[in-house]
Design a protein around this ligand. Structure first.
Ligand SMILES: *[C@@H]1O[C@H](CO)[C@@H](O)[C@H](O)[C@H]1NC(C)=O
Length: 184
């Protein structure tokens, strides 16, 4: 078959149009497949703590410092602090119902301590590399790491609507499945 000159001109145009439409589609597929580094970090974090969120937005918020966004982890961190105190108190009383109030208070405040416990646990999870902060904020300072760490348990409590699972996850993370901070 003899191609007419008109067809010969049209052919390369067609080839280019088809191949570029394939490229666009490939690029779109790529965007769906590869998630952002932050999303990947949240996936990894869930595996580390052994809890999968029903609402991943809660973990995203827990890993957002107030310097980064108005939607941040401050309130979740407060709830998380209570979850930690409660689960530690319950565990200590289960082990020894005769524990003195003084000892109980001391052990609870040790576990809540930003520098010696909370930030140490958070660093073991690598939260300083996950938490989103403003460019001017140092994500390695204990207050930032600790705030993000506490917020994880606040986020789990909100995700489940109760504090039980959040407390269990805390005790598991704190007592060494991920990295030991303070012995009980
Ligand atoms: C960030 O904070 C950590 C811990 O307080 C400190 O060791 C480090 O030097 C700080 N980095 C910068 C760039 O200020």
């Amino acid at each position: 078959m003899k191609l007419r000159p008109f067809t010969l001109y049209l052919l390369p145009v067609l080839v280019i149009a088809i191949s570029s439409s394939f490229q666009v589609r490939a690029a779109n597929d790529q965007r769906f497949k590869t998630s952002s580094p932050f999303a990947t970090a949240l996936e990894t974090l869930q595996k580390q703590i052994g809890y999968t969120f029903k609402s991943i937005g809660l973990l995203r918020r827990a890993m957002t410092h107030s310097s980064f966004s108005e939607e941040n982890n401050r309130a979740l961190g407060i709830l998380g602090g209570y979850v930690i105190d409660t689960s530690v108190s319950l565990r200590l009383l289960n082990k020894d119902i005769d524990i003195s109030p003084k000892d109980l208070n001391r052990r609870v405040s040790e576990t809540s301590n930003v520098e010696i416990s909370c930030a140490v646990d958070g660093m073991h999870l690598g939260l300083q590399k996950v938490v989103r902060v403003s460019p001017k904020t140092n994500s390695t300072v204990p207050a930032v790491v600790c705030g993000a760490f506490r917020a994880i348990f606040g986020a789990i409590a909100v995700d489940t609507g109760k504090c039980d699972d959040a407390g269990d996850v805390f005790l598991r993370v704190h007592s060494g499945e991920v990295g030991k901070a303070l012995p009980f």
